[in-house]
Design a protein around this ligand. Structure first.
Ligand SMILES: [Zn+2]
Ligand SMILES: [Zn+2]
Length: 145
């Protein structure tokens, strides 16, 4: 499908309907992210203001990378990222370790109960089949007599 790049407004073809930016802008973004990561590696604790000055990167862009776990905040940075569930400070992603564990458990519980549902249904079908089989055998015996 043809889309309009959210950054440069050029049209681009996106067969998989996966991106909101054209390949050029995606490359730009990728290399910008790489440069920022390299810089942070050498200069941990760089402020957001400094990053803006050096790389002309927006707050939203930084947040997006952090939420997507493509970037990590260094412990002494002034950028604040909070868990979307409990609000405690985190370095990357959407949730703190505690909450993501809890969320994982909930998802597993839902999956388990869904599987249990399926099992229940299977058992029900089996017992119905068995009942039918019994019935047909009885009929068979009757007919035979
Ligand atoms: Zn573009
Ligand atoms: Zn949390």
């Amino acid at each position: 499908m043809v889309k309009v790049c959210s950054k440069c407004n050029n049209m681009f073809e996106d067969y998989l309907d996966k991106y909101n930016m054209c390949p050029n802008c995606r490359d730009d973004e990728e290399s910008l992210l790489r440069r920022i990561k390299d810089y942070l590696w050498d200069n941990p604790g760089t402020t957001e203001k400094k990053l803006k000055e050096l790389f002309d990167v927006s707050h939203n862009q930084l947040m997006e990378w952090l939420r997507e776990e493509r970037l990590e905040i260094t412990p002494d940075s002034d950028i604040v990222l909070r868990c979307e569930r409990c609000g405690s400070m985190i370095f990357t992603g959407k949730y703190c370790e505690d909450c993501s564990n809890k969320i994982k458990t909930t998802v597993n519980e839902i999956n388990n109960s869904m599987n249990k549902d399926k099992e229940d249904k299977k058992l029900r079908v089996m017992s119905i089949n068995r009942a039918k089989l019994k019935e047909s055998k009885m009929r068979f015996i009757k007919n035979d007599n």
